[in-house]
Design a protein around this ligand. Structure first.
Ligand SMILES: [Zn+2]
Length: 140
């Protein structure tokens, strides 16, 4: 067995999942080869670190604390809506109503001015009555 073969089987060697003959060949090589011995030690260290990481328990109440923080943010959003957005929306509606009233009023005054024109036209239709005009001018 050469070094590469041993290194490929190192994990299985540590796990104990090699067949007896493979395990004995690998073990024999490791005992004789310093390079593979160092490799074995490095892998053992890495596995130890990984196991330590796995064994770190999550902080108690981390989930509930996170949940509380998220809920607080939601509350803040609601407060933001109530204290900031709502007045803006209401004032926008009021402004819209006021300007809408102005435009309606303007359109109303424009129609009333047209009726005024027709009324003045009605009172000034003297020029359209040529007979009366002729009588009146004849008398003078
Ligand atoms: Zn070796």
């Amino acid at each position: 067995m050469n070094c590469n073969e041993v290194k490929n089987k190192m994990i299985f060697f540590l796990e104990g999942s090699l067949s007896d003959s493979d395990w004995q060949l690998t073990n024999k090589h490791i005992l004789e080869c310093n390079d593979c011995k160092l490799y074995l030690l490095r892998i053992e260290n890495m596995l130890e670190i990984i196991n330590k990481q796995k064994n770190i328990e999550p902080k108690p109440f981390l989930y509930t604390r996170l949940l509380a923080r998220i809920e607080n943010k939601e509350k803040n959003k609601a407060i933001f809506y109530r204290k900031v957005l709502q007045p803006i929306i209401i004032s926008a509606i009021v402004l819209f109503a006021i300007f809408g009233g102005f435009t309606i009023g303007k359109s109303y005054t424009s129609t009333s001015s047209s009726t005024q024109i027709s009324e003045t036209y009605y009172w000034n239709d003297f020029s359209q009555e040529p007979i009366e005009k002729a009588i009146l001018t004849d008398n003078q």
